[in-house]
Design a protein around this ligand. Structure first.
Ligand SMILES: NC(=O)c1ccc[n+]([C@@H]2O[C@H](COP(=O)([O-])OP(=O)(O)OC[C@H]3O[C@@H](n4cnc5c(N)ncnc54)[C@H](OP(=O)(O)O)[C@@H]3O)[C@@H](O)[C@H]2O)c1
Length: 274
């Protein structure tokens, strides 16, 4: 049995994430879903958990799974079924966040998790159409910046308010993976965006967290579609040898970082560094 429960680790400096407004993008499945379930246990009464993704049915299924925690802890969960690749999706998410947050919210926690792998079945020299590249960057780069900006504007700095922004990053932000040009470029750009944010807004706690290879739909796409044979094989071997992480164990490390709240703002931390 894996020792991946927060309670199995050394005691973090805080036991909860406060009376929070917590926004998790890409909450309908995979890592975002797992994070939402773990975070819900750490929110104080009257906290709000906003679940954002396109699939309304899958968000509602998560909302149902959250009912026992929500009732016990006195939380409000709201689903925001929307496409974050569109301006309307950003605007809706910010509007619902403003409408839902309790007046005595003491922590705004935004987890920019939603992403796509892009077409990994081709190499860089095949991307001749800028519209295709723009469409990828719209979700994977632009929306993360615009949503973060909208949320930080909606909840400006004030005494007693903690503001935390997490960018779910990847080793691909730092290392080139052949046939993953869109994904690597997007993750690299996101890292730098959030590093700039950390410099500009010293009160905002900014974390680029690389969760490690996890057993999700995105990982399945990597295994089946990557054009680079060596990369494709390495992911398939990780899968067959049971070396992929569970979303829960990677999430537990991220949550521990958030509870301790000691990371230098803007830093990139990887699951395997911790
Ligand atoms: N899995 C890995 O091995 C791995 C490794 C390193 C980093 N990561 C990162 O971890 C994060 C989560 O990945 P995952 O593996 O959980 O991926 P996943 O299983 O493919 O889930 C992606 C999530 O993003 C949402 N999403 C996609 N397009 C969207 C859009 N246009 N608007 C709103 N939401 C959208 C999806 O929901 P809908 O389809 O319902 O919209 C889904 O909830 C990503 O940032 C990924 O880059 C993953």
């Amino acid at each position: 049995m894996q020792s991946d429960r927060i309670s199995d680790m050394a005691t973090p400096s805080s036991r909860d994430l406060g009376r929070a407004l917590c926004i998790v993008t890409g909450a309908s499945k995979g890592y975002g879903r797992s994070l939402a379930l773990q975070i819900a246990h750490l929110l104080l009464p009257r906290s709000v958990l906003l679940l954002v993704a396109r699939s309304a049915d899958m968000l509602q299924a998560l909302q149902v799974d959250l009912v026992p925690i929500v009732e016990q802890a006195g939380l409000l969960v709201r689903c925001v079924p929307t496409d974050l690749g569109l301006k309307a999706g950003i605007d809706t998410t910010v509007r619902v966040a403003k409408e839902s947050a309790a007046a005595d919210t003491d922590h705004v926690l935004l987890i920019n998790n939603a992403a796509s792998l892009g077409d990994v079945s081709r190499f860089a020299i095949s991307f001749c159409d800028p519209a295709e590249v723009d469409a990828y960057l719209s979700l994977n780069v632009s929306s993360a910046l615009s949503l973060t900006a909208g949320v930080l504007q909606a909840f400006p700095q004030r005494p007693g308010l903690r503001r935390t922004v997490v960018n779910i990053s990847s080793l691909c932000a730092l290392e080139p993976f052949p046939s993953w040009v869109l994904y690597c470029a997007g993750k690299a750009a996101r890292n730098m965006m959030f590093r700039v944010l950390a410099k500009e807004e010293p009160d905002v706690r900014v974390l680029n967290y690389s969760p490690g290879p996890m057993d999700t739909d995105m990982q399945a796409q990597a295994q089946s579609c990557s054009a680079d044979p060596a990369l494709k094989q390495s992911f398939s071997i990780m899968h067959s040898q049971g070396k992929l992480l569970s979303c829960h164990e990677s999430g537990a490390k991220l949550i521990r970082l958030l509870l301790e709240d000691e990371f230098p703002s803007g830093v990139h931390l990887d699951y395997y560094d911790l």
